[in-house]
Write a new protein. Sequence first.
Length: 256
Amino acid sequence: MRILASPTAGGARTEDGRTPGRPAPCGNGHGGHVAAGDGEGFPVVALGIANVGKSTTLSAFAGDRSVFAARDVPRATRSLAVHRAGPLLLVDTPGLDADAQDTRLALGACAGAGIVLFCHSLRMGELRPREIEALRAYAGSSELFRRTCFVLTHADDLADDTIARTVSEVIADQLRSVFRVPFVAPGAPYAVLPDGAPPPRRLKMVANDRYWRAQALNGPAGRALAEMSGVPALRRLLLQIAERRAGRTERRQVHP
């Protein structure tokens, strides 16, 4: 049975044309590669089909909603786009469902990523066949899977939290069947696992519109609303991972 989310009115806002602070495009459409540890920052690559919130999530990490183009039309992102945000090198990719060339470009960017954010929009309901097809390719690379964080977007586009929880649990089951490891929906308790079982992977959830509404508020109310969006927590996680990886690189350089 296919579960479909019931979105409220609204959607991603459109940013037309280039504006100051726009990311630099890279890649020629025939393949993409972002090198981790090249001194340009810790690469965070957003991956997913079209219109799942890749661009808006990266813009939230950058603190500027106009950094990455976001439009509710297919192929708003046609090439790799890169923006430096502190120690993070944010990389936006074309949708996996656009065409074979865009898919190669997007997947090629993952090879050198420090972290891949595999994004799925909750307003689309459960994972779609094209997403599952891409994830099955992931199953063949334990290293890529280890470096992937699974992010559910558009949490504030659903009618209520009950729908978000229901859809998230279905998606966790879908991922569990693909990777044969336990996944846990956001906010769900961890189950007791038998000895030797792989640790569960918790899905992340973000509500980007809620995050931007919080930026217009001052004081504790704004900070509380921002935390409810999930964006600051995910950004802190990425910064912690980048710091740990940088520490390991420095130790290897000191002690070859």
